[in-house]
Design a binder for this molecule. Structure first.
Ligand code: DGL
Length: 270
């Protein structure tokens, strides 16, 4: 493991770029190696063991490319594969779910939190278990929001389509005395504007990525893995599917151009 190696991050698609932004904000000197598994998108509609197999393959690839730490920038993969990846990979591996729970517990006031997530994350019971692990007696109201991923992948974060999806998915949350909502899928922070419009100004919206970036900084310090100052960091974006489609969505979401490379990692082991 070398301190000048990149941080490896992955997601099914562009959602993990919300995590990349937080990591770059917190750790501006670190290089980034991002993998979007767009050939298998959406993860949220797949069985957990399938997602786990993809996640393990991607994790091994990122480490083989020199990643000194792997960030699972995807709640579905965290729910399906975090423990397996931590056992399998020789580098620190961090996920989203416990970070989301820690962040929620800092702001939740009334014992009832909402979690918007993919169907697979909800079926895995990842958030209720993580609240329990944290010793918090919380009622967790979960809502799968599959259309959110489709919208964000198309670069649509505003307008009537996004707003009506938010209205549909936030009904359960609005009907309850919930003061905190976790954005339990890394695509959803791009829709924070329409979600906020629907749930109102008094509910805290929690993006686990902020806490995750803090944990990552802490972990790098603990392991003596912070990148030394020197050459500017590199940011590389890889995908398993169509690179131009990813670049176009990223351009709409980030308002800048990024170079995207296609790599075939699912055919052969490194
Ligand atoms: N962004 C991912 C998550 O955090 C996966 C979304 C999907 O592919 O369904 O769960």
């Amino acid at each position: 493991m070398r301190a000048d190696g990149p941080i490896g991050l992955f997601d099914s698609g562009v959602g993990g770029l919300t995590v990349v932004s937080r990591v770059v904000q917190a750790l501006p000197h670190e290089s980034i190696l991002y993998f979007g598994d767009t050939a298998h998108l959406p993860y949220g509609m797949r069985p957990l063991d399938e997602v786990r197999a993809y996640a393990l393959r991607i994790g091994r690839y990122l480490v083989a490319q020199g990643a000194k730490a792997v960030v699972v920038a995807c709640n579905t993969s965290t729910a399906a594969a975090l423990e397996a990846m931590q056992a399998d990979l020789p580098v620190p591996v961090l996920g989203t779910v416990d970070c989301g729970v820690r962040a929620a517990l800092k702001v939740a006031r009334n014992g009832c939190v909402g979690v918007l997530a993919t169907q697979a994350t909800v079926l895995a019971g990842a958030y209720p278990r993580a609240f329990e692990r944290a010793g918090a007696r919380m009622e967790v109201v979960e809502q799968p929001c599959p259309e959110f991923v489709t919208l964000v992948e198309a670069g649509v974060t505003r307008g009537s389509e996004a707003l009506s999806a938010a209205e549909r998915y936030c009904t359960a949350v609005r009907a309850r005395a919930i003061d905190t909502v976790v954005l339990g899928c890394t695509h959803y922070p791009y829709l924070a504007g329409v979600i906020r419009q629907v749930i109102g100004p008094d509910v805290s919206l929690v993006d686990p990525a902020e806490e995750l970036a803090r944990s990552l900084a802490h972990r790098l310090d603990e392991c003596g893995l912070r990148r030394p100052d020197g050459d500017p960091p590199t940011h590389r974006y890889l995908v398993s599917g169509d690179p131009s489609a990813f670049a176009e969505s990223a351009r709409r979401l980030l308002c800048r151009d990024i170079a995207v490379e296609k790599v075939d990692i699912f055919d052969a082991e490194d």
